[in-house]
Design a protein around this ligand. Structure first.
Ligand code: ATP
Length: 369
C-alpha cells in the first residue's frame, strides 16, 4: 500500500476547503488535499497558480481566508511559524555570509539553547548526510552553488522538522548540477524520513523527485498522482500538455466494439481508440498521444490500428532521440519521437520526405477537455 491508498494511514498535512484571497483576487480556490508522512510531494504549475501561497500557508507566513490547515491532526489556525513542526528552505538559501558552514548549520540549534555536545553531534551528522565534512570551516562565498544548496538543506534539517518545505530549491543551479542534486535530494529525503513538499515549475524536476505530483491551475489542484500516472493517464488536456510533449487531436467520439471511432479533420481517416471511459455518441473529445508512441516510416505500415500521411518539415536531433515534426494534408502538425539507435538500422528519413505516422489503439488517452 502506498500511504495515500492505505485507509489506516493518517495524513500528516490536511488542507480542508482552503481559500486564500488577496483583496478580491482568489489565489487558492477551495482546495482540499492530504499529504502523508515520508512523502516527497511536488506542487507543480505555471507561474502565479498559487504554489508559493500554499507553502506560505503551511509555514504560517500567510493565513487562509477560509478553511483549515491541519498538521499531525492539529489545526494550525493561530499557530505562529516558529511553533510549527515545519521548516522552509528558500531559493536564495539565506545563508549567513560571515559564518562558516559549520556555524551556519549550528545556528538554529544554538539559538534553541541546545547543549554544546549535542550541537556538535547534530552538526557532524548533518555534514555527513550532505557530504560537506570537508567544507565545514569555509564561508559560503568559498564554496560552490551546489555546495551552498547542501548547506541550506543541512541547516533546514538540523532541527529534525517533521516537514520541510522547499521553494524552487534548485532554481539557482545549472542544468547538470541540478540533475545530480535532484538525486541527492531524494537520497537525503529517504535517509531522514522527513516529509518534503517541493514547489517547482519544472515538470522534469517534479517527475524525478516526487512520490506524488499535484498539478495546479489557477488556485486549484487539477490532478494529483504518481509521476507515472500523471504522465501516462493525464486527466485533462491541460495536464497532458503541461507534462512533457504531446500531440492533441480534437474530434468526435462514436462508440465502437471496444472503445471509440474518432472522426476529426476533413479528409483524415477515422481513428480508433480502446478505452473503458464513457462518451456520448458524437461527444466532443481530445486524443492525447505522446510523440514516443507514434511510429514513423517511409512505407505504409501494414497492421497499424491508426495511420496518417504527412510530410516531414522539421527534425530536432536530441542525441539519443530525434523528434520529427510532420505536417498532415489538412494542416495538422504532429510529432513522432524515435530513438536514434533504432533509426540507424533503417534508411534515414529526412526533411520533406513523405511519411506515414502510426500508433496503436491503446497509445492515446481519450479526454473530455
Ligand atoms: P511562481 O512560480 O511565479 O512563484 P506561484 O505559483 O508560486 O508562482 P504565488 O506566489 O502563490 O504563485 O501567487 C499566486 C497568485 O497570488 C499570483 O497571481 C500572485 O500575484 C498573487 N499574490 C501572491 N501574494 C500576494 C499578495 N501578498 N498580495 C496580492 N497578491 C498576491
Amino acid at each position: 500500500f502506498a500511504p495515500w491508498d492505505d485507509p489506516n494511514e493518517k495524513p500528516l498535512i490536511q488542507f480542508r476547503n482552503v481559500t486564500k484571497r488577496f483583496g478580491d483576487f482568489t489565489a487558492i480556490d477551495n482546495l482540499s488535499q492530504d499529504i502523508y508522512a515520508r512523502e516527497f510531494f511536488a506542487l507543480l504549475g505555471p507561474s502565479g497558480c498559487g504554489k508559493t501561497t500554499m507553502m506560505r500557508m503551511l509555514a504560517g507566513f500567510e493565513t487562509p481566508t477560509e478553511g483549515q490547515i491541519l498538521i499531525a491532526g492539529q489545526d494550525m489556525a493561530g499557530v505562529p511559524p516558529n511553533k510549527r513542526p515545519v521548516n522552509m528552505m528558500f531559493q536564495s538559501y539565506a545563508l549567513f555570509p560571515h559564518l562558516s558552514v559549520w556555524e551556519n548549520i549550528a545556528f538554529g540549534l544554538k539559538r534553541e539553547g541546545m547543549e554544546k555536545d549535542k550541537v556538535d553531534a547534530r552538526v557532524t551528522e548533518m555534514l555527513r548526510l550532505t557530504r560537506l565534512e570537508r567544507f565545514a570551516k569555509r564561508k559560503p562565498h568559498q564554496i560552490s552553488g551546489g555546495q551552498r544548496q547542501r548547506v541550506a538543506l543541512a541547516r533546514s534539517l538540523a532541527k529534525a522538522p517533521k516537514l520541510l518545505l522547499l521553494d524552487e530549491p534548485l532554481g539557482a543551479l545549472d542544468a547538470k548540477l541540478r540533475q545530480d542534486t535532484q538525486f541527492e535530494l531524494v537520497d537525503i529525503q529517504e535517509k531522514t524520513g522527513t516529509t518534503f513538499v517541493i514547489v517547482t515549475h519544472d515538470q522534469e524536476e517534479a517527475m524525478t523527485v516526487a512520490s506524488r505530483v499535484a498539478v495546479m491551475d489557477e488556485g486549484r489542484i487539477v490532478q494529483v498522482a504518481t509521476p507515472a500516472v500523471i504522465y501516462e493517464q493525464p486527466n485533462s488536456v491541460y495536464v497532458a500538455d503541461f507534462i512533457g510533449d504531446v500531440n492533441i487531436i480534437e474530434g468526435a467520439a462514436n462508440p465502437s466494439a471496444d472503445g471509440y471511432d474518432i472522426t476529426w479533420a476533413e479528409g483524415q481517416p477515422i481513428l480508433h481508440v480502446k478505452t473503458e471511459k464513457t462518451f456520448a455518441p458524437g461527444q466532443k473529445c481530445f486524443l492525447a498521444i505522446r510523440p514516443e508512441k507514434v511510429g514513423i516510416s517511409a512505407e505504409e505500415p501494414t497492421d497499424a490500428a491508426n495511420k496518417v500521411q504527412g510530410q516531414i518539415i522539421d527534425i530536432a536531433y536530441l542525441g539519443n532521440l530525434s523528434t520529427y515534426h510532420v505536417k498532415l494534408a489538412d494542416g495538422t502538425m504532429m510529432k513522432a519521437q524515435i530513438a536514434n539507435t533504432r533509426r540507424l538500422s533503417r534508411r534515414s528519413l529526412t526533411w520533406e520526405d513523405n511519411v506515414w505516422l502510426s500508433w496503436t489503439d491503446t497509445a492515446p488517452v481519450l479526454l473530455e477537455s
